[in-house]
Each structure stands twice: as structure tokens, then as C-alpha cells.
Design a protein around this ligand. Structure first.
Ligand code: HAM
Length: 437
């Protein structure tokens, strides 16, 4: 075997894998378009600085970065968010608000390899710029849900955990923590699910141990799973900001309920998102069985466009990754077998018939039909076998006897019926067959 293997974590798409990938992309694209999002794309290689400090330590440590021949520090994009902020920031004054954009693109992160995680993967990104209110979150959570439901997944298969970094900061402030300590505690919260109590140890090393009472309140906050429970948990904290924020929660959940999406969304303050730029509501989609890593993640990031040096612009968005998503579809039997069958298979007698057939083959293909024929001369029996195996609906038979009579045999491979059609009418006959379906 040759020794030029793909790099660890990189993927090749043989035609069957490519068909599955296209199936995901096609439905995502169709759904985003139905929601009024416009598609964009951007470079795969970016200045390293675009990700430094903006994306956060975890992503920064995973960058594929190098110095190019012009001495520039560059990186393969690990995510789309800083890039799309630049696109929007550059043209902000010319773009009609709200700006609703999506993309489907490949990303690169030097991650530890595990199930559902690779070093290159695709994401469907959708973002809304210029809308400060929860209307943007409503629209995006609805889009995320539909991007999964469009494949046949239901509320039994996945759910969206909804959380709020603002509420966390207000809550921790009310408990007496300053900003630096709150940030460090949120990092611990982010890791709590994986590490349990250990997660808070690092914070304790920096800021001293958490007292029992506040620890208990933080853990109780983490255990909240409904709006009434959330309201009860903060009722004793006399904070106007918290009261106003709860109103946002009520409106957002009310909107989602009106769209019939309540069953997909769960209040869960355990999600705080590792990326550095999130500022408000954050959310992640997971499979219900809890067997896979996150399907999607996103949230509000009102400061990032400004941090890149442009005029401030509120923003919310999310990304679905293709790897976990494909695993979930396969587990649920929802990944279709995508056969790339031709419409028409052309069976050809000999060299003279081949000449006649070629004209029609080209005309049919130009008209948009998928047409196959044997590249080399072959016995009729073999050709009929190939036609049947190809999955084509129709066979056209260009035999010596037929052509002598000025006809072509048209065989319906499904019904196994056959009739003769004058050569000049072949294109019309094929059209009629497929339009009558
Ligand atoms: P993220 O949570 O880093 O968010 O990634 C979103 C999704 O991409 C994950 O839930 C996962 O499905 C997939 N993903 C991430 N890393 C990998 C990997 N190494 N291998 C396979 N799949 C992966 C973001 O990237 C944000 N930029 C999303 C966003 C858009 N926020 C606002 N707008």
C-alpha cells in the first residue's frame, strides 16, 4: 500500500459519502432560504490575528497556523464568526437590516480526535446582525430547530439547551462576586458537566474557596430546568436588571411556544459556551440520549463587530457541525441511501448504431437527463444487465434491425414494457415519459 495516507482527522469523500454530505447541505440551504437568509462565503485562510483573543483560548490553541511566503502570520479558519463580522463590518452602512446570512463551509481545528470530532469539519452557520432584541434569538432558534427537523428528527431525538450569560453575570453579581471572579466561575460552570466539583478547584486556587452557601446557590442555579424554577431562584435577589432580563426570557420562550417549538427548548444554565465573544443568550443542541457531543452551538455576541474595529453591531448566530449530525441521522435510520441512478441507459448494437445513438445521447444530456451508455462495445445481454443494475428508469435500444426500420426501442425498465419509436421522436418520448411521472 502506498504510504500517502490522509492526515489524522482529515476526511476524504468517496462518492457515496459525498452524496450524504450534499444531502445535508441541500436541505440546510433550502431551509435557510425559506427563512429568508442569504448565502455568503469567505476565505479559508485568514490573518492569525483575527482569532487571537477573539475566539478564546481553546480555539487559539487549536489553530492550524503558519507564516506564509510573504511573512504573514496566517491561520486556517477554525470558525466563521470573526470572518462574518468583518464582512458585515466592512459594508455595514450599505446593508439592509436586519442582516440575515448563512454559509456552509469547512473549518480546521487541531483537536484531540474523538467520536464526532475531527480536525476538519463542515459547519452550517446562520447569523443575524443589527437586531438587538430577542426577535433575533427567536428566528435563529426556529431556524436551528427546522434545520434538524427537516431531516425527520423530532423532539424525541434532540433538544436545545437555552442559557444566558447576562443572567449569570447579574446573578453572580447579586451574590457578591466581582466581574473577574464571575468570569472565572463561568469557566468553571462550563467545565462542571465534565469534571463535577473538580471544575471549581482551579477557580478556588485563584480566588480562594467558595463558601458553602454560595456554592449551593450556584449548583441550584445549574439544576434549573424551567422558567418558573428560574423565576423562583432569583425572586429573593432584588435586582432590576434581573427582573428586566426575566422579561426577555418570558418573551423569548413565549415566541418559541407560539411557533410550536417549546418541546425542543429547555432552560439549562449549565451551558455557558467556551468561546470568548458571547454576551447574552447562548444555546446548544444535543441528542436526547446524551450519547453524542454537541450538534450545534451559538448565541449572542454584541461586541465582536466593534472589537474588530468597526461600528458596534448587535449579532446572534449559531453553527451546526456536520459530523455529530450525520452520526445522529445514521443512528436514527434517517440517512437515506442516496443512489445516483441515471434516468436513461442506452443499449447499442455496433459501431454504426453507436454513431446514431451518440447524437441522441448528447441531445438528451443537453436537455438535462442523466444518460449512461457502455463506453465499449458489449454483448446485448451484458448491456441489459448493466442497464438493470444502473437503476435507470428507461432503456433506449439502438439495434441494427431497429435502425434499419428507422426506429429505436424504448423499454420501461420498471414495468418491463417496450415499444418502438421513430428515431426522430426519441427526445420527445423520453420527455413525455419523465414529465408524466
Ligand atoms: P462551536 O460550538 O465551536 O461554535 O461549534 C459549533 C458546532 O460545530 C459544534 O456544536 C459541533 O457540532 C461542530 N464542531 C466544532 N468543532 C468540531 C470539530 N473539531 N469536529 C467536528 N465538529 C465540530 C462555533 O463555531 C461558533 N462560531 C458558532 C456561532 C456562529 N456562534 C455564532 N455564530
Amino acid at each position: 500500500m502506498a504510504s500517502f495516507q490522509t492526515l489524522p482527522g482529515f476526511r476524504e469523500f468517496y462518492p457515496d459519502a459525498m452524496a450524504r454530505r450534499n444531502h445535508l447541505f441541500r436541505l440546510w440551504r433550502q431551509t435557510a432560504t425559506a427563512f429568508g437568509f442569504a448565502e455568503y462565503d469567505a476565505p479559508v485562510l485568514e490573518p492569525l490575528d483575527l482569532y487571537k483573543t477573539k475566539s478564546g483560548n481553546e480555539i487559539e490553541a487549536q489553530l492550524f497556523s503558519f507564516t506564509d511566503k510573504g511573512g504573514r502570520e496566517v491561520a486556517l479558519r477554525p470558525e466563521m464568526t470573526p470572518t462574518v463580522c468583518r464582512l458585515v463590518g466592512e459594508k455595514a452602512s450599505a446593508l439592509k437590516r436586519p442582516i440575515k446570512w448563512f454559509s456552509i463551509a469547512e473549518f480546521y481545528r487541531y483537536e484531540r480526535m474523538q467520536k464526532g470530532r475531527g480536525r476538519c469539519f463542515f459547519q452550517f452557520n446562520a447569523d443575524i446582525f443589527g437586531e438587538p432584541g430577542i426577535e433575533a434569538e427567536t428566528e435563529l432558534i426556529a431556524l436551528l430547530t427546522q434545520c434538524l427537523c427537516g431531516f425527520g428528527l423530532t423532539a424525541e431525538d434532540f433538544f436545545i439547551r437555552l442559557s444566558d450569560r447576562n443572567l449569570w453575570f447579574y446573578f453572580l453579581e447579586a451574590l457578591g462576586f466581582d466581574d473577574a471572579r464571575s468570569r472565572s466561575l463561568l469557566t468553571a460552570v462550563d467545565r462542571y458537566e465534565k469534571l463535577g466539583d473538580e471544575a471549581f478547584k482551579e477557580d478556588a486556587a485563584q480566588f480562594g474557596p467558595l463558601d458553602e452557601e454560595r456554592r449551593a446557590r450556584i449548583l441550584a442555579f445549574l439544576a434549573i430546568r424551567s422558567l418558573p424554577a428560574l423565576e423562583a431562584a432569583v425572586a429573593s435577589l432584588a435586582s432590576e436588571r434581573i427582573a428586566a432580563r426575566l422579561e426577555d426570557w418570558r418573551r423569548l420562550l413565549g415566541n418559541l411556544d407560539a411557533m410550536g417549538l417549546s418541546r425542543f427548548v429547555e432552560v439549562d444554565l449549565g451551558v455557558v459556551r467556551g468561546l470568548a465573544y458571547y454576551t447574552g443568550f447562548v444555546f446548544e443542541a444535543f441528542d436526547r440520549k446524551g450519547e453524542l457531543r454537541a450538534l450545534a452551538g451559538g448565541g449572542r455576541y454584541d461586541d465582536l463587530v466593534g472589537k474588530l474595529g468597526y461600528a458596534e453591531m448587535p449579532a446572534v448566530g449559531f453553527a451546526i457541525g456536520d459530523m455529530t449530525f450525520a452520526l445522529l441521522l445514521e443512528q436514527r435510520g434517517l440517512m437515506p441511501t442516496l443512489v445516483q441512478a441515471p434516468d436513461v441507459y442506452v443499449v447499442i448494437g455496433g459501431p454504426a448504431e453507436r454513431r446514431a445513438a451518440f447524437g441522441d445521447i448528447h441531445a438528451l444530456r443537453s436537455a438535462g437527463y442523466r444518460v449512461e451508455y457502455p463506453m465499449r462495445e458489449m454483448a446485448f445481454g451484458k448491456q441489459f444487465k448493466a442497464a438493470a443494475e444502473s437503476g435507470a428508469r428507461l432503456a433506449l435500444i439502438y439495434g441494427t434491425d431497429e435502425l434499419a426500420k428507422g426506429v429505436v426501442k424504448v423499454r420501461d425498465l420498471g414495468e418491463r414494457s417496450e415499444r418502438e419509436v421513430p428515431v426522430v421522436h426519441v427526445l420527445g418520448e423520453v420527455r413525455g415519459f419523465f414529465s408524466g411521472e
